[in-house]
Design a protein around this ligand. Structure first.
Ligand code: SAM
Length: 296
């Protein structure tokens, strides 16, 4: 445990997923690789900070926050645990470009919150990205909230459990492919950056972690309507993963018979009528959603 946490007699709270990074090398690497900016190297700092606002979720004792603040123009860190206030005040005392907000990230309206924060005093609008070592109990809801509420992010770089990272970054037809994988692809492309052993955290979690980076599409690939139609069938397809897609979709399209659903799937996608959802790419889910919407 760091000296600062000991000085403030900080008590770790399991319910908040508090596993803090110990060695500065990992946060330094995360901060270096969380956008497409090329920084000189891990230790040398840039002459000019990248004109980006970084939203950090769960700064903890501020180990990643400091590395972000050294490289990016502005950092806004949202922390649920108010008992970290004195710790963060001390840890971040040397930085004037960090704002810590004590709140539950799930309660924040990101559109309202970030649209104002990204405006600078000299009239510029900063690019916005996310960088965080996420609390594990709530990884997927946070990622979906970020994508759904604020597709303006350039990059979302997060540390998650290693198994979850595999699921987020895999492709259709693999065992790890799930609803979250297909949904992420509606907004951007996910890539696994590197693994972080469990020994790098205090307290030490049971499993290793990995850092992933989602690069959001620069130009809109799917319209809002396509996203909502497609999300609906993706969720249903993976809720009933072992069933054929036609079977799984019966519930959400009660006016179309199962046989007809099978035919539409085969005609639209050029697959068998018996295909399962886990074999479909996001693009295929979208084509099918549009075909079904036109019939309904
Ligand atoms: N960034 C620190 C680090 O890397 O050492 C801490 C990461 S720790 C895995 C997760 C952090 O998220 C904790 O500080 C925890 O209190 C905070 N947290 C948990 N749930 C949260 C929520 N709903 N909103 C904001 N912060 C949350």
């Amino acid at each position: 445990m760091s000296n600062l946490l000991q000085e403030h007699d900080f008590k770790f709270q399991k319910k908040y997923g508090q596993n803090f990074l110990q060695d500065v090398k990992i946060p330094r690497r995360i901060a270096m690789e969380c956008t497409n900016f090329t920084f000189p190297d891990a230790d040398a700092l840039p002459q000019k900070k990248a004109e980006t606002l970084i939203l950090e979720i769960g700064p903890g004792a501020g180990i990643l926050t400091k590395e972000l603040a050294k490289r990016f123009e502005k950092v806004v860190a949202v922390e649920i645990d108010t008992s970290l206030e004195p710790v963060l005040k001390d840890a971040l005392s040397g930085f004037d470009n960090v704002e810590v907000v004590f709140s539950d990230i799930m309660e924040i309206n990101l559109r309202k919150f970030l649209d104002s924060k990204r405006k600078t005093d000299d009239g510029r609008t900063l690019a916005v990205s996310v960088c965080a070592n996420l609390p594990y109990y709530i990884t997927t809801p946070i990622i979906m909230k970020l994508l759904e509420e604020y597709p303006d992010f350039d990059f979302i770089t997060v540390m998650v459990q290693k198994e979850v990272a595999l699921r987020l970054c895999t492709s259709a037809g693999t065992a790890d492919y799930g609803a979250i994988t297909a949904q992420i692809n509606l907004y951007g492309k996910a890539k696994r950056l590197f693994t972080v052993p469990s020994g790098c955290f205090y307290p030490r979690p049971k499993v290793d972690s990995a850092v992933i980076r989602i690069e959001l599409y620069k130009t809109q690939t799917y319209t809002q309507k396509e996203i909502s139609l497609t999300s609906k069938i993706i969720k249903q397809a993976f809720l009933m993963r072992r069933k054929t897609l036609a079977n799984a979709l019966c519930e959400v399209y009660p006016l179309i018979s199962k046989q007809r659903l099978g035919q539409i799937i085969a005609q639209t996608l050029g697959t068998s009528e018996q295909v399962r959802g886990e074999a479909l790419t996001t693009q295929q889910f979208c084509e099918l959603a549009k075909a079904l919407d036109a019939i309904e």
